[in-house]
Design a protein. Structure first.
Length: 585
């Protein structure tokens, strides 16, 4: 869910409950577009006082505002905007927190004593508007004192954010507030738009995200992608308005139900209202909007940071893979060309047998093929005798034979390197933390894909294999990379433990510690699902997984890390879904 007006309404409701009356004790600006306000909560009678931290970010890619337990300290020399806030509202109290309409705007009303000892009201306005997000400090008359981002007339023709300019919310899209609409107005505004239904909704009313517009359509029993022009049934408009009004009524009543929705173990979306369009997804409920936002965006930040950190490893791996695949294809074509060597050998044998019948300077000779009994035409070099032609064909045969033998060895080496690089690629895909990438990089250095810089020493990674506990209490271990695959298979596992791996594709080794117990069908399925999920086939609907006792798994000498062979195994086809499994602490 986008950080839309509904999310803002939920966070404002929570902040009003927890922060109104709180005193600002510290203001920090950790980054150029972030603020961290430390607040002292006024204790209620009979209750101890407490502290809160309000984190505000107007980063263009991920603007946020929520309460957090973590702290981010600012630089030694505070930026000018931070110093200005400390001067004006340091030690001030939050008298109110509001949201105009359903706009993506949070207004912190702050009362403080001026230099004369008189109370004054000022506002810290947080605009959560994507790349236009800003934190703007205004006086009681809504005149801008300063903004964390300055916007001049050269940047925006709609509004300047500069000291001394009047503050107002720019109405760029001419959207209406949904808080007081009636059916006649709703019908007229929606029906005039030549757009899909869900777009007509969120482009007409402020505060609605595309997802919430789809949710309203779904609750009305309508296809959100249906064109407004195709809605000829008045009853459909009535249902749509009823679903719309039900959502708005919940917002006005503050009846929020915060939850994150997960798909395949990853956070897909969040919402402060129940989402029927996500009925098939796993739902994690929250009692605090801030806790939800903290968890959701922490996961998003981690995912984004991991993509950035792994970008170089991905690029190197992909480049070598593409080179090796081209080389492998070329070698296969060369091997195919050498298949005619047997024909040259046959020509030589037949010429030695029947060549004496060839007339001088003949360009071909037709002789019986003593293998098939059919007549065979053999091309000849007219400058050479039949026996010289036979010797030339034998030379070609021997040359092609040597080439084929060399190519088979080279091709096998390239094929193994491709398989190894695919396992590295899969390991990068499932890496969850920076420590996981450290171990992958060390493997790539050891394999010669990356050169170690200067006198740098090998880095010892703190990464550990994944550890799950099955529904029946069996411990299941999953390697995150080739080094960990070897660790759990050949050091952690005993002969009677079970080993799982996605069939004929790159992926993790999965070990089930049996401790001599008989495994249930459920544990087999859960272990296979882990092998499927932590493999190159995790995006497929179904994945075939091999499994066998660990004693049947061997590592040939001199092979790449993680490479094993096994000849005795069973297989099952599973869905790569581990949403029901929980990692062990």
């Amino acid at each position: 869910m986008a950080f839309d007006g509904i999310t803002i309404a939920g966070i404002v409701a929570e902040l009003k409950t927890k922060l109104v009356g709180a005193r600002i004790v510290k203001i920090a600006q950790p980054e150029r577009d972030e603020l961290m306000l430390s607040l002292k909560i006024v204790p209620r009678p009979g209750e101890p006082g407490s502290s809160k931290r309000l984190f505000i970010s107007v980063d263009a890619a991920m603007p946020l505002i929520y309460l957090t337990e973590s702290n981010k300290s600012g630089p030694k020399t505070a930026p000018g905007f931070c110093m200005l806030l400390r001067k004006h509202i340091g030690n001030g109290r939050i008298s109110d927190i509001s949201q105009p309409g359903l706009e993506r705007v949070v207004i912190l009303h702050i009362s403080h004593l001026n230099e004369m000892g008189d109370y004054q009201e000022k506002k810290l306005i947080v605009e959560i508007m994507g790349k236009h997000s800003n934190i703007i400090f205004v006086n009681g008359e809504d005149v801008i004192i300063d903004g964390i981002k300055h916007v001049s007339s050269m940047v925006s023709s709609l509004r300047e954010v500069l000291p001394g300019r009047p503050y107002f919310i720019p109405d760029t899209l001419k959207k209406l507030s949904p808080l007081g609409t009636i059916y006649a107005e709703f019908h007229a505004l929606i029906s005039e738009k030549p757009l899909p239904l869900f777009q007509a909704l969120y482009l007409t009313y402020a505060g609605l995200s595309p997802q919430m517009a789809q949710e309203i359509c779904h609750r009305a029993g309508l296809d959100g992608d249906l064109s407004v022009a195709a809605m000829e049934d008045e009853a459909a408009f009535i249902r749509l308005h009823e679903a719309f009004s039900a959502i708005i009524d919940r917002i006005k009543a503050g009846q929020f139900e915060a939850a994150i929705y997960y798909q395949d173990g990853k956070a897909r979306d969040f919402s402060l209202l129940p989402m029927t369009i996500y009925a098939d997804l796993e739902r994690k409920a929250y009692t605090s909007v801030s806790a939800l936002l903290n968890d959701f965006y922490q996961q998003k930040n981690l995912s984004s940071r991991m993509r950035q950190k792994s970008a170089d490893l991905r690029k190197i791996t992909q480049a070598i893979l593409e080179r090796d695949r081209r080389k492998y294809d070329m070698q296969l074509r060369q091997i195919e060309d050498t298949q005619k060597k047997e024909r040259f050998k046959l020509y030589g044998e037949l010429l030695n047998t029947y060549g004496h019948n060839s007339p001088p300077q003949a360009k071909e000779i037709v002789v019986p093929n003593h293998y098939s009994g059919e007549m065979l035409s053999i091309p000849l070099d007219s400058k050479l005798s039949a026996h010289e032609n036979a010797r030339k064909y034998f030379e070609k045969y021997n040359k092609m034979k040597r080439t084929a033998e060399a190519l088979h060895g080279l091709t096998e080496d390239v094929k193994e390197e491709i398989a190894h690089l695919e396992t590295i690629q899969a390991a990068i895909d499932i890496a969850a933390h920076e420590e996981d990438l450290v171990e992958i990089k060390e493997e790539m250095i050891a394999s010669g894909y990356i050169r170690r810089r200067g006198n740098a020493k090998a880095v010892v990674s703190k990464s550990q294999p994944y550890h799950y506990i099955s529904s029946d209490g069996f411990h299941i271990h999953v390697g995150k990379n080739n080094y960990q695959n070897e660790q759990i298979t050949f050091k952690l596992a005993d002969g009677g433990d079970y080993w799982f791996h996605a069939k004929q594709m790159a992926g993790s080794h999965v070990i089930v510690k049996t401790l001599g117990r008989e495994m249930s069908d459920k544990t087999y399925e859960e272990a296979a699902a882990l092998a499927a999920y932590y493999s190159a086939g995790r995006a497929q609907e179904k994945v075939e997984v091999d499994y066998t006792e660990k004693k049947n798994v061997k590592k040939p000498g001199g092979k790449k890390p993680g490479f094993v062979i096994y000849h005795t195994n069973y297989s099952m086809v599973v869905k790569p879904d581990i949403s029901a499994l929980v990692q062990a602490p």
